[in-house]
Design a protein around this ligand. Structure first.
Ligand code: NDP
Length: 348
């Protein structure tokens, strides 16, 4: 049987990394799109990289028509809701219209190609204390969520209208050592690692331009926010299962557990033998006016139809991230030259 040709957009990001590794393990020929060629250390062997902007219609057309993939995983997106407020038009274009363009291109070039769209729990109304599933009302609160909801609905519409095998995964937060430092989970892992190595001040800065750790302390926003945190490596397995299934559909992907930011701090600092309360404070000026305060996935559908369940538990995930940050800081200290890492700016 000929090898499956798979195209991954937004492939340089966290999920792209894990997905490409999985696809190679499963014997696929992998084509990856990014707006710039990733650093060689972040590029997996045997992946064919295509450099261009997915929002450029001509580029996307020639990408699909030249690769003629059997499967597409559309991961490209402005992936931080808070960033989308500064880039509302670009967010609408990339997060909302590119998925629609992909449907059109499949109709034109390869209707049999299967499509996975990275949808998000940010399309839902705030959970309050309710668990969220495929039937939860959609009330997105940011340009990110609104654009993701457009994509989510348009994929469903093309599936119904044209019979495309186009599916969505409504994904809840998933983290990994590959998560950018701008996300709160990685910021906590980084601060715990820095404290464990005796640092009291870091060169990495937050959205206010202040070191993440200053005088041994880190300021975060609302610590009571509760999220469903999973491991990215597990979520890409769910993506792949969704696409392999006979019929296309929408699936919530999450762990079914929720943990507060405070708990994340507690686990991360506890791992390095510290009390989080001595190093983390909650700064009301960092509270977000519009944010999801509670997310927890009801994963009954994906568990029963696709037999998927996450393998990495919350404690394991936090430990994996803290350990990776300790390794990162130690490597950097040893080499004493990390020009691109030493000025990473971080937004909460
Ligand atoms: P990342 O931010 O790590 O990766 C997204 C990729 O999209 C980037 O590598 C980037 O590639 C590309 N991208 C960013 N901005 C633009 C832009 N303006 N135009 C075109 N491409 C752009 O995200 P993740 O890997 O974590 O997430 C993958 C997908 O899953 C995203 O669609 C995200 O919204 C969605 N998702 C993720 C969740 C999570 O918790 N991780 C939760 C729910 C949904 P490059 O700069 O190289 O072009």
């Amino acid at each position: 049987m000929p090898l499956k040709k798979v195209l991954v957009t937004g492939a340089s990001g966290q999920d792209g990394f894990y997905l490409i590794n999985l696809l190679h393990r499963q014997g696929c020929v992998v084509h990856a799109q990014s707006r710039r060629l990733p650093h060689p250390s972040r590029r997996q062997d045997e992946t064919c990289w295509h450099v261009g902007d997915p929002a450029d219609r001509d580029f996307l057309d020639s990408l699909v028509s030249s690769v003629m993939p059997d499967e597409i995983y559309n991961l490209a997106a402005i992936s931080r809701p808070i960033l989308s407020w500064g880039l509302p038009r670009e967010t609408a274009d990339v997060n909302g219209l590119v998925p629609q363009d992909l449907c059109e291109l499949l109709l034109r070039h390869k209707p049999g190609c299967r499509l996975f769209q990275a949808s998000s729990s940010e399309i839902f109304e705030d959970g309050a204390d309710r668990i969220q599933n495929e039937q939860t009302p959609c009330v997105p609160k940011s340009p990110y969520g609104v654009a993701k909801l457009y994509a989510h609905r348009i994929i469903g519409a093309y599936r119904a209208q044209y019979g495309l095998h186009a599916s969505t995964g409504i994904m809840f937060n998933h983290e990994s050592p590959r998560r950018p430092l701008s996300f709160v989970s990685q910021k906590i892992a980084y601060a715990a690692a820095a404290v464990s190595l005796g640092l009291t001040e870091t060169s990495e800065t937050d959205e206010r331009g202040r070191p993440i750790l200053l005088d041994g302390k880190m300021a975060l926003g609302d610590l009571s926010v509760r999220r469903d945190f999973g491991f990215a490596g597990d979520y890409v397995e769910a993506m792949r299962l969704i696409v392999q299934h006979r019929t296309a559909d929408d699936y919530v992907i999450g762990t079914g557990e929720d943990h507060s930011i405070e708990e994340f701090c507690d686990r991360a600092f506890g791992l390095v033998g510290r009390r989080w309360t001595e190093h983390v404070s909650s700064d009301p000026s960092l509270f977000r006016r519009v944010d999801s305060h509670y997310t927890r996935a009801d994963t009954a559908k994906i568990r029963s139809i696709l037999n998927w369940q996450p393998k990495v538990a919350f404690d394991e995930l936090v430990a994996m991230m803290v350990k990776a940050q300790i390794d990162f800081i130690e490597r950097r200290t040893l080499s004493r030259l990390q020009p691109d890492a030493s000025h990473r700016r971080v937004e909460n």
